[in-house]
Design a protein around this ligand. Sequence first.
Ligand code: C5P
Length: 207
Amino acid sequence: MKFVVAIDGPAAAGKGTIAKAVANHFGFSHLDSGLLYRAVAAKTLKGADPVAASEALHEDDLKADNLRSPEVAQMASKVAALEDVRLALIDFQHSFVQQDGGAVIDGRDIGTVICPDAAVKLYITASPEARAKRRFQELLNGNKSVTLEAVFKDVKERDERDVTRHASPLKAASDAITINTTELTIEAAVKAAIKVIETAFERTKQL
Ligand code: C5P
């Protein structure tokens, strides 16, 4: 049985951390779909054509070590607005969720476009200020010299691009359950997500 958990939300809302923690808790595999766009962006920054780069994407490309940089993040949200890039990346995501067992996949359009039939859809969000502070802290921990203002600007720009683009814009699926992490610890957010997934899991066992 394929039990798919789709997790969407804006940058730095905590969806990646929650996705990893719930995958670990349930023994499901996990794909951070943002890495696909980041890998295409990293190649684009080196001069590749984004559509050709997305068509030729290999899973080893997701292990490149500069994918978390703010420059790659900004370019990722630009290449992610290209319909042909999104189309080229669909098969990779579908193959991932078609493996046996449970799968957790996080991104921006998982519950709306990639896996509209997912057993569980979560939309993880938080205020732009809280998200910028978290991302700022992460970058500082990684010894990156950044200012909170620059990170806030980056988060707002990406939000704007992700929400307003024509191709698969960021939005909560109509049947998604929203978890707002602004005032939550990561432990509390993970606990809330686990509860939703457990309930859905029990329901599918009864079918
Ligand atoms: O999640 P992450 O911040 O790594 O994603 C980087 C960028 O990739 C996002 O700003 C977004 O533009 C794009 N993305 C997307 N659809 C996804 C995952 C990421 O458009 N499913």
